[in-house]
Design a protein around this ligand. Structure first.
Ligand code: KIV
Ligand code: NA
Length: 263
């Protein structure tokens, strides 16, 4: 398989082809996820919940993400590695640049940052310095306390605001967008409104790529899982088989199905 870059993802979007993304936090899974053909691995701050046992992503540090990015890099052959900028790692422009540099030094190929239209300045500064950025919009778990819970975003007037923010952030230099927990029609509208690839989680079947948390799709997450999650172990006899089935179903458009989406 050819090495995946942000250009590969753009070409897939232009060709109308889907791509798959999974979170990954260690070297063994990194190798297995590569073998499944998954294009992008996200070293997500979801590790605060699934690895560290916290009840939110807020306690995760840049050092935590860097440590796991190094491990994922060691197991990687050809996938694109995206690392999350954790809570408050962008508290000033200088801090944002330095923390992003740390994640790139650890082995990331791009960083992901949560926010809204106000991310524009930071995204421009990063992309000018050679750090591609994915802007995470919609449900942004780092602001769960401000949002008042993990709820569907972009309903009503907020939908147009989300589309406008996406256009603004692409113009600012964003290489990718990620939409979490938005109605299917908003996922589709954002995906059409921008040239850069859009990854969705609970954003309907029309986004260019799909992402799930590894532990969720393997059916081992402790506690409740979201509506958008599918347990790929139910019809697999091994973890590598479940990873391959996920990739195949994203590519074919079989996942996400209606039951995983928000109206
Ligand atoms: O941290 C994470 O796993 C994420 C995905 C859920 C998009 O940001
Ligand atoms: Na995250």
């Amino acid at each position: 398989m050819k090495t995946v870059t942000i250009n590969t993802l753009r070409e897939l979007k232009e060709a109308g082809e889907k791509f798959s993304v999974l979170t990954c936090y260690d070297s063994t899974f990194s190798t297995r996820i590569n073998e499944a053909g998954v294009e992008v691995m996200l070293v997500g701050d979801s590790l605060g919940m699934v690895l560290q046992g916290h009840d939110s992503t807020l306690p995760v540090t840049v050092e935590d993400i860097a440590y796991h990015t190094q491990a994922v890099k060691r197991g990687n052959q050809h996938a694109l590695i995206m690392a999350d900028l954790p809570f408050m790692s962008d508290s000033s422009l200088a801090t944002l640049l330095e923390n992003s540099a740390s994640l790139m030094r650890a082995g990331a190929h791009l960083v992901k940052i949560e926010g809204d239209a106000w991310l524009a300045e930071g995204i421009t500064q990063l992309s000018q310095r050679g750090i591609p950025v994915c802007a995470h919009l919609g449900l942004t778990p780092q602001t769960v306390n401000q949002l008042g819970g993990y709820k569907v975003q972009g309903r009503g007037d907020a939908g147009q605001a989300l589309i406008d923010a996406a256009i603004k952030l692409e113009a600012a230099g964003a290489s990718l967008l990620l939409l979490e927990c938005v109605p299917t029609h908003i996922g589709e509208a954002v995906t059409r409104a921008v040239k850069c690839p859009v990854i969705g989680i609970g954003a309907g079947p029309k986004t260019d790529g799909q992402v799930l948390v590894l532990h969720d799709m393997l059916g081992i997450t402790v506690g409740k899982t979201a509506k958008f999650v599918k347990n790929f172990m139910l019809e697999a006899s091994s973890i590598p088989e479940a990873l391959a089935a996920y990739h195949k179903e994203v590519k074919s458009g079989e996942f996400p199905a209606e039951e995983h989406c928000f109206k």
